[in-house]
Ligand binder design. Structure first.
Ligand code: NZQ
Ligand code: ZN
Length: 381
């Protein structure tokens, strides 16, 4: 196990009716800007619950943070927040609204263009406090300090780090209205978050391995049931908690991480707009195929503990573990090959070019260069 420092300050309020707690959790004298996406919260009662809870607070609303939040939209939110002198942010939505609000939190205290903060690739600690009401289990953004910001005019998409939310409210009932495709992408994203922190060098930590495998097993168990009945509170509660636990640092203590699949997936989203979790369902099986040598021992452990694969030669068991992984994504209703999304060689060439330009060396061992990314994507064709 490597040395590590762990601190996650986010307070979780989980369960039915918890949105009402907003009135107590946010000080009465705050000037709050509430940020939203495209309007799903108006159809499922979340907006009404938030309004009711904050009826005695000063609030300004900012609407229209889109999936894969763009700097173009966030600049408008920052301008409104400065004009209204807000000193608290409440993000109400999925990962995109929360991520976008993390950049707004930094941008409100920055004089220049907030895109500078993304390009600087340094965590920003000078931010306005922010909290969240989560409506889509997937990203873990409600309990981490990361965000991913897009710039539509140049088709770029990069990670950005700021401060953690102060608290996050997770009411599983608000997920009942999610489109099934978003549920599938959320399950896929959660699965791959665990894999990015688990499918690395074996033997680094028994505890981390089993926590990770526990979340993976939970997802494998609940996914088909959720696809049958998305209104089952207990199932959606387990999904929500799995997503939060998958990317809040708890499974990453003292172990190495990968994230190559994510970096390739972000490029596919930037170039084609394909939903984040869906890009991962295409890229992860291909990453495992191409990196099967360096990941072989861990693939055997994963195959046995998550999929019960115990017979056959090592190579056969590795094949089967990768096959079952791809099959899992397909069982969610997602495609797992680029051609199924009409993405072809020109995109692969462009991603290789971008990776080469930034001298990319992603992955646990830095082995995912532009050339390896091309091999991965060609294996996903
Ligand atoms: O915009 P509205 O109308 O709210 O609709 C949203 C949106 O269209 C809808 N939705 C959300 N909750 C709903 C709902 N519809 C009905 N009922 C509900 N309860 O779902 C659509 C997608 O929402 P979005 O926030 O884009 O999805 P997600 O949570 O998957 O976030 C994706 C973004 O997060 C980034 C991704 O790259 C992507 O930009 N990620 C952030 C991470 C982080 N902060 O740590 C890590 C992840 O790896 C990921 O990269
Ligand atoms: Zn992700």
């Amino acid at each position: 196990m490597e040395n590590f420092i762990f601190q996650n300050p986010v307070k979780l309020l989980m369960g039915r009716g918890m949105i009402a707690q907003l009135s107590k959790e946010i000080a009465a004298d705050k000037r709050i800007m509430i940020t939203f996406g495209g309007g799903s919260v108006k159809k499922n009662g979340v907006y009404d619950q938030v309004r009711e809870a904050l009826k005695n607070h000063y609030t300004v609303e900012f609407w229209g943070i889109e999936p894969n939040p763009s700097i173009e939209t966030l600049r408008k939110a920052i301008a409104l927040g400065k004009e209204q002198q807000v000193d608290y942010l409440l993000a109400v939505g999925g990962g995109s609204v929360i991520d976008g609000t993390k950049l707004i939190a930094a941008g409100l205290l920055y004089e220049g263009d907030a895109w500078d903060l993304v390009l600087a690739r340094r965590p920003v600690t000078n931010t306005v406090p922010l909290s969240t009401v989560l409506t889509l289990p997937a990203t873990g953004s409600e309990m981490n300090n990361g965000a991913v910001i897009s710039r539509h005019e140049t088709k770029e998409k990069y990670p950005f780090y700021a401060n953690f939310p102060l608290f996050s409210i997770l009411d599983p009932e608000v997920t009942f209205t999610l489109p099934p495709y978003q549920v599938a992408c959320g399950l896929s994203d959660t699965f791959v978050h665990i894999m990015e922190q688990y499918m690395t060098t074996p033997g680094q930590s028994r505890v981390m391995d089993r926590w990770a495998e526990g979340v993976l097993q939970t997802l494998v168990e609940i996914a088909p049931k959720i696809r049958e009945n998305q209104h089952d509170y207990q199932l959606m509660a387990d999904f929500m908690l799995s997503a939060t636990m998958a990317l809040n640092g708890f499974v990453a203590m003292g172990v190495s991480q990968d994230w190559a699949t994510h970096m390739i997936g972000h490029e596919i989203t930037a170039l084609h707009g394909l939903t984040h979790g869906h890009t991962l369902a295409i890229v992860l099986p291909a990453t495992l195929r191409i990196l099967r040598k360096s990941k072989g021992e861990k693939l055997l452990q994963y195959g046995e503990r998550v999929w019960g694969i115990i017979s056959g030669t090592k190579e056969e068991r590795i094949d089967e573990a990768i096959r079952r992984t791809e099959e899992f994504f397909r069982s969610l209703g997602l495609t797992t090959r680029l051609h199924e999304e009409e993405i072809g060689q020109d995109t692969i060439v462009e991603i290789e070019r971008r990776f080469n330009e930034r001298k990319a060396n992603y992955g646990e061992n830095g082995e995912v260069t532009g050339e390896v990314a091309r091999e991965i994507l060609e294996s996903a064709l």
